[in-house]
Design a protein around this ligand. Structure first.
Ligand SMILES: [Zn+2]
Length: 275
């Protein structure tokens, strides 16, 4: 699933071709893509509108339009946004034609992605937690937010209302980097552990943006190229492989039904209370 680094990469790579352009034609093949309105309303609402800016908030991509409205896209599991692909494949759910002659194709194998056209973006993204790469996101804020939740820290990191943009892969990578067991309770971490986790979240996300995201599944960049962040993964998707730090076996457990990878030696459970 595209997480913060993947959506940030998509935003960065789309912006030069999309910002300043108007929608000239929009085709929505799959009406279930659209939330809070009909596909026809969205189609008509977009035609003639210029994209003033592109923004990422959590895992959402926001097109700010010249009439003040926002087109918001969430790629969910398998959504991709392709710029001028050679053809339109059978997974295409919408095609947006732009005034520069470019085509933006929303393709989505599992058809779980969603799209909104709203007056106020906050109606969709307003409840998200802070952006982990913002200057204003401090260890103190992370500690406060984790401290309100008596749940596994892995589950807390996945909760978009606690911190925005972190998903399964980068939660595992950040917890490994911080040497924190994913089942430790969020409210039981010491201030030092929170500080380390804060640093590791930023480091892991920043490095993944530098590598243009992780193509472990269907994620590709708008030009169809792969990201390479997964080559740097230490534990995520590496069950049974040796831990790059201690050589022990990387294990996989389920945390709230999400496959969670960690090193039991480097991330001992005994360091703090579990319940
Ligand atoms: Zn290890």
């Amino acid at each position: 699933m595209p997480e913060l680094p993947e959506v940030e990469t998509i935003k960065n790579e789309l912006a030069p071709w999309v910002v300043g352009q108007s929608f000239t034609q929009v085709t929505i093949f799959d009406s279930e893509l659209v939330c809070g309105g009909s596909a026809e309303e969205v189609r008509r609402g977009l035609i003639g509108q210029k994209v003033k800016s592109l923004e990422r908030r959590g895992k959402y991509l926001i097109f700010h339009l010249s009439n003040g409205k926002s087109l918001i896209i969430h790629l969910r599991m398998t959504g991709v946004l392709l710029l001028n692909p050679k053809g339109v494949d059978c997974y295409a759910r919408a095609v947006f034609h732009l005034s520069n002659g470019y085509r933006l194709v929303f393709s989505d194998q599992r058809r779980l992605g969603l799209m909104w056209l709203v007056d106020d973006a906050d109606t969709v993204v307003g409840k998200l937690g802070p952006e982990p790469l913002d200057e204003s996101f401090t260890p103190g804020i992370l500690g406060q937010r984790l401290g309100r939740h008596h749940i596994p820290v892995k589950a807390a990191l996945l909760d978009q209302s606690i911190v925005a943009g972190i998903g399964n892969m980068y939660a595992d990578e950040a917890l490994f980097a911080a040497r924190i067991h994913p089942l430790r309770k969020a409210d039981a971490l010491s201030p030092e552990e929170v500080q380390t986790l804060h640093q590791c979240i930023r480091k892991v996300l920043g490095a993944a943006i530098g590598s243009k995201g992780a193509s472990v599944d269907t994620y590709v960049r708008p030009d169809g190229e792969l990201g390479t962040a997964h080559f740097d993964f230490k534990v995520a998707h590496r069950r049974g492989e040796p831990c790059p730090v201690c050589g022990g076996n990387i294990e996989r457990v389920l945390v709230q039904n999400r496959g969670t990878y960690f090193c039991p030696r480097c991330q001992p459970l005994g360091r703090g209370p579990l319940i």
